[in-house]
Design a protein around this ligand. Structure first.
Ligand SMILES: *Cc1c(COP(=O)(O)O)cnc(C)c1O
Length: 364
């Protein structure tokens, strides 16, 4: 028998989340953001669940090739654009749309020989200070692009730094609005947080929203709002089984570093999941976990291949019991990946992206 740990990708949850995002941003088209191998879920595995999207957005040319290989003939957008001139040949061949965020990418386009002009997303740096033309240079970049025979339609794009927090999107939206006011073309501004929180505002949702994390069933602004608030469902479950139990006496400790000491008799379960499976080692005693669908807590330090859970109040739990590290338990109980991420001092994004290769994954 293989080690009892497995991840499951839930297609119905992906479909549900996509529909939820459409409701949040009515009339906008939706990019299914599948960068980083669909946030760790696997592009091929999520495809059936997300094929209702209007296009797929990602960063990597090889990943774009994988989406085309699945038979997808609709739009594919490279969110960072091309990295060198010959990438443009693949864009022409695969019909990829690409972001243009810097002058070098315009230079490359100007040199590119293509039969059919490319659709580009011209990106403004409206305050994130990562990719994009500064507001003062945006219009001249647009004018230059517009004059190129290699360029078809130009969509105007920016990215919010604080759509999930108290600062919000107002200041960046103002910058974007002022610079683009009289420019023609579609607009794309909103990630998951902006779409869910401000998608009711036509200016924020624009013509194309770009949700990633919410489609996978993680709340972009946890702990302010959880997935129940946003009506999202986990698209990934990580589950394992108890492979041993121990009866602790007061004063007994658990695991490396003896970080947990029992102050009363305590039964614990040893679970076949550790940090080499992608479960964060930073999770400490108290991190929530489901055993047979019932909520309990991690105790002690996470090892490479195992972790330990409190079985008090769970007399029926023992060797072989199902443990849900995140996602949905057999009986339907849900443990949001966001809660586990928070206990590790990180975000759901990092946990799903870090699911280890050794964990077998099935799709249902
Ligand atoms: C990753 C990414 C997104 C998706 O962000 P989420 O927070 O996962 O919704 C949107 N736009 C760009 C440019 C991105 O790189």
């Amino acid at each position: 028998m293989p080690r009892p740990i497995a991840a499951t990708i839930h297609l119905e949850a992906l479909r549900h989340n996509l529909a939820r995002l459409r409701r949040a941003a009515p009339d906008a088209r939706v990019w299914g953001v599948v960068k980083a191998n669909a946030y760790g879920h696997g592009i091929e595995r999520v495809f059936e669940g997300l094929r209702g999207a209007d296009g797929f957005a990602l960063l990597d040319l090889a990943e774009a090739g994988r989406v085309r290989a699945l038979g997808w003939r609709g739009p594919i957008l490279l969110l960072e654009g091309v990295f060198e001139p010959r990438d443009l040949e693949l864009c022409s061949r695969l019909g990829l749309w690409h972001t243009v965020h810097c002058a070098e990418q315009i230079d490359m386009l100007a040199m590119h020989k293509t039969q059919s002009p490319h659709r580009v997303f011209l990106k403004m740096n409206s305050g994130m200070n990562r990719l994009g033309f500064a507001p003062a240079h945006f219009r001249s970049a647009w004018t230059r692009l517009e004059a190129l025979p290699q360029v078809d339609e130009i969509t105007l794009m920016t990215h919010f730094s604080d759509a999930d927090g108290p600062k919000g999107v107002a200041a960046q939206l103002q910058v974007f609005r002022d610079v683009t006011r009289d420019l023609p073309g579609e607009r794309s501004l909103a990630n998951s947080a902006a779409a869910l929180r401000f998608g009711g505002d036509a200016e924020v949702r624009g013509d194309w929203i770009r949700p990633g994390i919410a489609a996978y069933g993680s709340s972009p602004d946890f702990p302010d709002h959880d997935i129940a608030h946003w009506e999202l469902q986990p698209a990934m479950t990580l589950a394992a089984r108890i492979i041993a139990t121990q009866e602790l006496q007061p004063g007994d400790t658990v695991g490396y570093g003896s970080s947990f000491t029992a102050d009363a008799p305590l039964r614990i379960g040893v679970v076949a999941c550790g940090y080499a499976d992608g479960y964060p080692r930073h999770c400490s005693t108290g991190t929530p976990v489901l055993v047979n669908g019932r909520r309990t807590r991690l105790v002690g330090r996470v090892s490479m291949d195992m972790l330990t859970v409190d079985l008090s109040g769970l007399p029926d739990a023992g060797t072989g019991s199902e443990v849900t590290l995140w996602g949905r338990a057999a009986g339907g109980a849900v443990l949001a990946i966001d809660e586990v991420a928070r206990a590790a001092g990180t975000v759901g994004y990092e946990l799903m992206c870090a699911l280890a290769l050794r964990v077998p994954v099935s799709v249902e």
